[in-house]
Design a protein. Structure first.
Length: 226
């Protein structure tokens, strides 16, 4: 195994760790306004991820640093080509982090409801856009001989990538419902289990559809190990 391959595997492990650990965070945030019937429920839901959500994002920072160090051209091309999408994602993550801190600053129900929905938005947008970004990388994006992205933002919103975004969105939400069923009790446990039973079928259907499209839209069928 050469050094390039070793770094590529390391970056893959870091991103996998990020999606596994941050995935349930996003799912819990998406479910927050729907499973929490009152402020007590929502406070309990937030507390389930309180010790984890900021620490889990360290995996992403480490993966980005490793990508910059090992593959600077890949890093530069991807970040310039996906610039708008990454800005939207960054803004959503900022709003999410602020919402966790600001929610309890005032007991006004309208204030807390506002930040609850900000947590939802800050979880929904990255859960969707990560799938769109990874799908575009799998499918391939147009770059020229100078490693400059030659497409547009709308080119990234192709049907294959959007299906990939729905896959990550649905899987993360399912993951969050399962996590809540392990961390809560009583009525909230029942709602989390009901959400998981509702979500697993569309998640499976979307994943299978994405698998079929991956076979049709990429060169996976012709790939063979060197």
């Amino acid at each position: 195994m050469d050094l390039n391959t070793l770094w590529f595997v390391l970056i893959g492990v870091l991103f996998t760790g990020f999606f596994v650990l941050e995935g349930f965070d996003y799912g819990v945030g998406i479910l927050l306004p729907f499973l929490g019937r009152d402020d007590s429920d929502r406070r309990m839901i937030i507390n389930t991820i309180g010790p984890f959500w900021d620490g889990n994002e360290v995996w992403l920072i480490t993966a980005g640093g490793a990508m910059f160090a090992a593959f600077p051209h890949w890093y530069a091309t991807m970040f310039s080509g996906f610039y708008l999408a990454l800005v939207f994602m960054l803004l959503a993550l900022i709003v999410r982090g602020v919402a966790f801190e600001f929610r309890s600053k005032d007991e006004d129900p309208r204030w807390r409801a506002l930040w609850d929905w900000m947590i939802f938005i800050g979880s929904f947008v990255p859960a969707l856009l990560w799938g769109v970004a990874v799908s575009n990388l799998v499918r391939g994006v147009p770059i020229d001989a100078n490693k400059i992205y030659t497409g547009s933002f709308l080119d990234l919103l192709n049907p294959y990538a959007l299906i990939g975004g729905l896959v990550t969105l649905s899987l993360f939400t399912l993951y969050g419902s399962i996590f809540l069923s392990l961390k809560t009790g009583d009525e909230l446990l029942g709602r989390a289990e009901a959400a998981a039973r509702t979500l697993w079928i569309p998640s499976l259907v979307l994943a299978l559809l994405f698998g079929v499209l991956s076979y049709l839209e990429t060169d996976i069928a012709s790939w063979s190990p060197a």
